[in-house]
Design a binder for this molecule. Structure first.
Ligand SMILES: Cc1cc2nc3c(=O)[nH]c(=O)nc-3n(C[C@H](O)[C@H](O)[C@H](O)COP(=O)(O)OP(=O)(O)OC[C@H]3O[C@@H](n4cnc5c(N)ncnc54)[C@H](O)[C@@H]3O)c2cc1C
Length: 449
């Protein structure tokens, strides 16, 4: 089997971590691979989900994605959304691919669970995904997506790593703005690595002097329930208590370093609306019963400058892919298999059902408090050590890719005519979107300004 005469030709939907690792694994197994990516650049959540202060990690991940997508036998097709520009069922049933791999991630924000909340979208209500995309690109002159204002006294509803990132964004940006009012320009990275109190101290300023109300993260579980370190399966009470204590310690460290507040044990329960704008939320107090938050009779209100909902990312539906509730209706979650599509597989965030790889169940086994500490910038040397998370994340994506490649080897080989037909259609689509076929020069041309 050679790259010129492959026995399999596989479509991969999405070119980021999971898609690129799978493409690499498939190409290494001798298959020809076509990666369809809806955006111009393939970096997915690495570019648009991971806050931009993870600069070193991001560049490393970009490098890994670039390496796979420029491998011999891998065709990159940018600006091509499956379910939009091309039909999913046709790709699976008509193009002739021996396999199709969904690696399209989780880009839809889970809705804030209060009736009528979405009526206040951009009128006080903001969702995490567009907010972080904007934050990561706000310094780029060619960014033309939705724009937001980071406001003091923001209410963040969430509870996972991503919501801590959102609270950090609010605190870092509002602190920078206050410092700018005093003629002090502190780079975001400096503030993030050193932490707000340390940087202020250098200028002889106390946080309280800034006149910021601060940002509060509202969480429906307890402080020690936040999934910042995983309790190993079968752990005894002593071990579980230790993990819970380290979760609390991590959170307290993050709150001290970035000065956000946390209100645990409460869930959004109603809207506070004034003059057509969402100006706060009514919360219902919860209590943890058998590991689950149970609503109580107590409620309280909190006003804020805006509400940022950060309660999870779920896959965007693709026409033709069966759904069960918020997720694709996989009959096998390990390989991401769908009923009625024997040649379709899925990997990455779309198949973990989580918006961030750190929280994926399989992967969580490898996550220790030390790794999460490095990821949150709370270690002794800022983010040094977070590469370990990336390595574990990539290894998992790679393993999933190899398992899918092995399954695809079991499929009947592709005929020469079918392969020629696919190559022709791919070249046509690449031409239509202005892609010359040379990955390196395409990426070079698209460097952010
Ligand atoms: C250490 C570490 C920590 C991280 N922490 C977080 C975190 O806290 N929060 C977070 O959000 N992310 C985080 N990330 C980013 C994380 O890497 C990704 O969430 C994860 O790698 C999932 O990658 P993916 O390829 O499954 O999905 P994505 O990165 O989402 O990639 C999916 C790709 O598919 C494309 N696509 C989607 N739909 C279509 C379609 N219909 N047709 C064609 N293309 C499509 C998208 O444009 C995108 O490029 C972290 C990463 C690392 C390394």
């Amino acid at each position: 089997m050679s790259q010129n005469n492959p026995s399999h030709c596989v479509a991969v939907i999405g070119g980021a971590v999971a898609g690129a690792e799978t493409a690499g694994a498939l190409a290494a197994s001798g298959a020809e691979v076509v990666v369809f990516e809806q955006n111009a650049r393939p970096y997915g959540k690495i570019e648009d989900g991971l806050p931009r202060w993870h600069a070193a990690l991001r560049n490393k991940e970009y490098g890994a994605i670039d390496k796979h997508l420029s491998s011999p036998g891998v065709h990159f097709v940018p600006h091509t959304a499956i379910g939009g520009d091309l039909d999913f069922a046709a790709l699976v049933n008509e193009w002739g691919f021996t396999g199709v791999v969904l690696a399209n991630g989780a880009w839809r924000d889970r809705r804030l669970p209060v009736e009528g909340a979405d009526d206040y979208l951009d009128k006080g209500l903001i969702y995490q995904n567009p907010f972080v995309i904007w934050f990561n690109h706000l310094d780029e002159s060619d960014y033309d997506g939705p724009a937001f204002e980071v406001k003091d006294a923001s209410i963040v509803v969430g509870g996972g790593l991503a919501s801590i990132d959102v609270a950090k964004i609010v605190m870092l940006e509002t602190t920078r703005a206050k410092l700018a009012e005093r003629g002090i320009d502190e780079p975001l990275l400096e503030l993030e690595v050193k932490g707000i109190p340390k940087v202020l101290e250098r200028h002889g300023i106390q946080f309280e002097d800034l006149g910021l109300e601060g940002c509060t993260l509202f969480y429906r579980r307890g402080m020690e329930d936040m999934p910042l370190a995983e309790i190993p399966e079968g752990a005894d009470d002593t071990r579980a208590a230790k993990v819970r204590a380290s979760r609390r310690k991590l959170l307290e460290k993050a709150m001290a370093k970035y000065r956000f507040e946390l209100e645990p044990l409460c869930m959004p329960d109603g809207l506070i609306v004034e003059n057509g704008r969402l100006v706060g939320l009514r919360f219902r107090r919860t209590q943890m019963v058998d590991g689950r938050p149970k609503p109580t009779d107590e409620t309280f209100e909190r006003r804020g400058s805006c509400v940022i909902s950060s309660i999870g990312s779920i896959p965007r539906p693709i026409e033709g892919v069966p759904m069960k509730g918020e997720f694709f209706d996989f009959i096998d979650w390990e390989l991401g298999r769908l009923a009625g599509y024997p040649t379709v597989f899925a990997t990455g965030n779309v198949a973990t059902g989580k918006g961030n790889i750190v929280a994926s169940r399989k992967h969580a086994k490898a996550m220790s408090a030390v790794m999460i500490e490095a990821f949150l910038g709370l270690g002794e040397d800022g983010h040094s050590g977070e590469a370990a998370i990336a390595r574990a994340a990539n290894a998992e994506a790679r393993q999933a890719g190899e398992e899918i490649a092995a399954e695809i080897q079991q499929q009947p080989a592709i005929g020469a005519d079918t392969l020629a037909g696919i190559r022709g259609r791919v070249a046509e689509r690449q031409q239509a979107v202005g892609y010359t076929g040379d990955y390196a020069s395409w990426i070079e041309k698209l460097q952010p300004k």
